[in-house]
Ligand binder design. Sequence first.
Ligand SMILES: NC(=O)c1ccc[n+]([C@@H]2O[C@H](COP(=O)([O-])OP(=O)(O)OC[C@H]3O[C@@H](n4cnc5c(N)ncnc54)[C@H](O)[C@@H]3O)[C@@H](O)[C@H]2O)c1
Length: 317
Amino acid sequence: MKIIVTGGAGFIGSHLSRKLIEEDHELLIIDSFHPYYSPERKKRQLSFVREVGSFSFSQKDLLVDEEELQEVFRDFKGDCVVHLAAIPGVSHSLQVPNEYVDYDIKATINTLRLAGESGVRKFIFASSSSVYGNQSDKPSKEDDSTGAVISPYAAAKYSAESFCKAYASIYGLDLTILRFFTVYGPWGRPDMAIYSFILKLMNGGNIPIYGLENSRDYTYIDDIVDGTYKAIMSDQSGTFNLGNGRPISMDRLISELRTHFPSLELHVTDRRVGDVTSTCADITKAKDVLGYSPAVSFEEGIKRTVQWMKEHEQNVL
Ligand SMILES: NC(=O)c1ccc[n+]([C@@H]2O[C@H](COP(=O)([O-])OP(=O)(O)OC[C@H]3O[C@@H](n4cnc5c(N)ncnc54)[C@H](O)[C@@H]3O)[C@@H](O)[C@H]2O)c1
């Protein structure tokens, strides 16, 4: 299959791109190396993809380079677009909300038009558990998102989902929306809790906890890649939660980290505005329709992440 991955130099994109090359697909990555976190780190992530084989790469910005990208899309003649490019991060979205309108909504509209105009058949959009807002502790099902979100990031994702549906109808795209639940693992995003906690602990610091009552449905990167790959290959489309289905409390996260860093110390502060208290995925639909089945336990995932960081952190910017 000929597959275009936008944001392929990012955390999830680089892991997914490796899998696509390993499975012998023809791959085009589009990434602008957006400075939300270090562009140098993104270039390293792209080298991590190159380790497994060759692919085409276009350093273009989906927000501003639409005209040049028309040629890129036309020449490649992709069958499928996996649209991961966005600025992530809930707390940053409170500082610069309009950038999320630009990068998470407008750039998505551009990508949909580029895909539709160039004859792409299948479009996969990376959405987020944040579209569920602050719901009760019961697992979120795909139909539970009502638009009652609590951060600009979530509002942008919810809106982008809606634009995906509009353009799927306009172009007859086969649309799949994947809602990822807090992803972690090697090359994890530096702004996210697990990665930044481990880095602080490796450097002998204490970790800031924004509210001990929080829980998250942490999902190991290999499971997210597996679920996304199954969605690419499936002849079924729709909206799917990709999570682990077992939320992890803050206490559990701390005790898991303590097995690797026995002298761990906490610094507890108030909950951050925009952060939901808990996330929990109902993954029944992804299991039944896509055959998704997360395989990496939290204990194992943390072990692998800590080990990778101890081995690679010196080289990571
Ligand atoms: N990591 C998670 O836990 C998580 C959870 C839910 C949803 N998501 C979504 O999954 C996707 C990937 O997330 P990630 O964690 O890999 O983030 P990331 O920041 O590591 O990757 C995003 C990539 O997109 C690129 N990009 C951004 N805007 C661009 C543009 N206009 N043109 C070209 N490239 C652009 C960036 O340079 C970056 O390499 C995002 O859409 C994110 O919102 C991630």
